[in-house]
Design a protein around this ligand. Structure first.
Ligand SMILES: [Zn+2]
Length: 232
């Protein structure tokens, strides 16, 4: 088998090693976290905080309402006790009771509104919770799949490294040197297929003479990209 053919076989092994290593990197990265789940958790945090805010608001308003009603009751009790006889004081007391009544009324309206917001916040919280639970469940499944893919990739890489080691002695030192130098400059692809004179890497058409030399087993470089030509 010609050196070009051996280099082509080496290239096939190396390309697959490169590809599997890239995917392994992605698989490891993917296992670090799921951006969709992270986003859903942040939406849930916001919904919980919003719900809590309306709950606190409702509680505060209820306390205020109780205090206003208490005040009003006390004033009414005093007004009807018969102990207050001064007309000015009586009219002040009546004014105060009316004013308290108006405040109670408007506070009750506000409370109704708060209850609506609270209900809405409750719904949002529930749906955010469901979303997070669903995503967490599918993320758990996905993690299992990723772990399995990681193991398969590691195993395949191990075999490829062994194949490479077994194949290397068939490549001459000077050919390997050329292969390594070109590969370093050309993204790890030192050997390119050429079909009907056309380089499949750079699409340049090489001369018949170049292709003839390559076919005879010589190491010839593509006129366009400089890669070693392997005629299909
Ligand atoms: Zn080329």
């Amino acid at each position: 088998m010609s050196q070009v053919h051996q280099l082509y076989k080496l290239q096939q092994i190396d390309s697959e090693i490169q590809e599997k290593k890239k995917r392994l990197g992605e698989v490891l990265q993917l296992q670090k976290g799921n951006p969709v789940l992270i986003k859903a958790r942040s939406v849930l945090d916001t919904a919980v905080a919003n719900h809590q805010k309306w709950q606190t608001d409702q509680k505060d308003k209820n306390l205020e309402l109780a205090s206003l009603n208490d005040k009003r009751q006390k004033s009414e009790k005093r007004l009807y006790s018969g102990n207050v006889t001064n007309p000015k004081e009586l009219s002040d007391l009546q004014g105060e009771i009316e004013s308290l009544g108006r405040r109670v009324e408007s506070l009750e309206e506000e409370l109704l509104e708060v209850m609506l917001y609270l209900e809405e916040a409750e719904e949002e919280k529930k749906s955010a919770q469901t979303e997070v639970e669903t995503l967490e469940a599918s993320w758990a499944d996905e993690t299992v799949d990723l772990k399995q893919e990681q193991n398969e990739l590691a195993l395949r890489l191990h075999h490829l490294m062994q194949s490479r080691k077994a194949h290397l002695p068939t490549v001459h030192a000077d050919a390997l040197k050329q292969y390594t130098n070109i590969g370093a400059k050309k993204g790890g692809v030192a050997v390119s297929k050429v079909r009907v004179n056309k380089c499949l890497s750079c699409q340049i058409t090489n001369s018949d003479q170049v292709v003839k030399n390559a076919k005879s087993g010589k190491i010839v470089n593509c006129a366009g990209c400089g890669r070693i030509i392997y005629v299909v």
